[in-house]
Design a binder for this molecule. Structure first.
Ligand code: BTN
Length: 233
């Protein structure tokens, strides 16, 4: 379970960094929250806007962590976020592998980091949920928040509390069902992509995260890193 221990900081450079620096002092499932981050990190070395008003947190998983399960953590976190947003009246969808979107705009991001080789020492799941931010500057047409969608302020602690409940319920529930929830909210299936200069359609996602793409001539199984989903959004 996560969240037996929750530590809240007014400011950190990055909650993921804090977890990685304090691995040995943190128990499995501990959550680190920061009201703001001075160096919030996103995917592909991007910065993650991290001023007051949104939720920024990371948790550590130390028990039975295997690289082959990395996609499972993505599925569990994404489905927990979708359920949480739904409880606050927001219908979000999943952009494979781990962004949640509302009306094609990003509302949450997940940054998973790990250490070790096939049997991992730990993984850190870092999550940012846009809650009360209303101006996204240059990203106004790409990002949104709970407040932008529903025009009201939300209590950040309440959102975290619901996320933790949902995540722990998911840990207890049937993993096939959780994966089905992930697929049912996933917007990439049926979308066209280019792979090695050939046109394909994404037909499915496997439980380990591999994508199945097909065209009239061929069906292929490809890893996320092998295709660009940029053209889809
Ligand atoms: C993305 O680019 O989509 C991933 C963004 C992840 C942001 C969160 S905020 C909490 C945690 N700490 C960080 O520095 N990054 C993650």
């Amino acid at each position: 379970m996560i969240g037996k221990n929750i530590k809240l900081f007014e400011e950190l450079d990055s909650t993921n960094n804090f977890v990685k620096l304090n691995v040995s002092n943190l128990e499995n499932g501990a959550i680190i929250v920061a009201e703001r981050q001075t160096s919030g990190r996103g995917l592909r070395d991007n910065q993650w806007y991290s001023d007051f008003g949104n939720l920024y947190f990371s948790f550590i998983i130390k028990d039975n962590v295997y690289r082959s399960n990395l996609f499972t953590y993505i599925v569990q976190s994404s489905v927990s976020i979708i359920k949480t947003l739904k409880q606050f009246g927001i219908n979000a969808e999943i952009k494979y592998p781990n962004d949640c979107l509302v009306e094609s705009k990003k509302i949450t991001g997940i940054l998973i980091e790990s250490s070790g080789t096939s049997s991992l020492n730990y993984i850190v799941v870092g999550i940012g949920i846009n809650i009360n931010q209303i101006d996204f500057g240059d990203l106004n047409d790409k990002a949104t928040s709970m407040k932008k969608i529903l025009n009201e302020d939300f209590n950040i602690d309440e959102v975290l509390k619901e996320f933790v409940k949902n995540y722990n319920n998911i840990l207890e529930s049937n993993s096939q069902k959780v994966f089905e929830d992930y697929i049912s909210k996933s917007i990439v299936i049926g979308k066209k992509i280019t792979y090695k200069n050939e046109g394909y359609v994404i037909s499915d996602i496997e439980q380990n995260g591999t994508i199945i793409i097909c065209n009239d001539l061929d069906e292929k199984r490809v890893a996320f890193s092998e295709i660009s989903l940029k053209e889809l959004y």
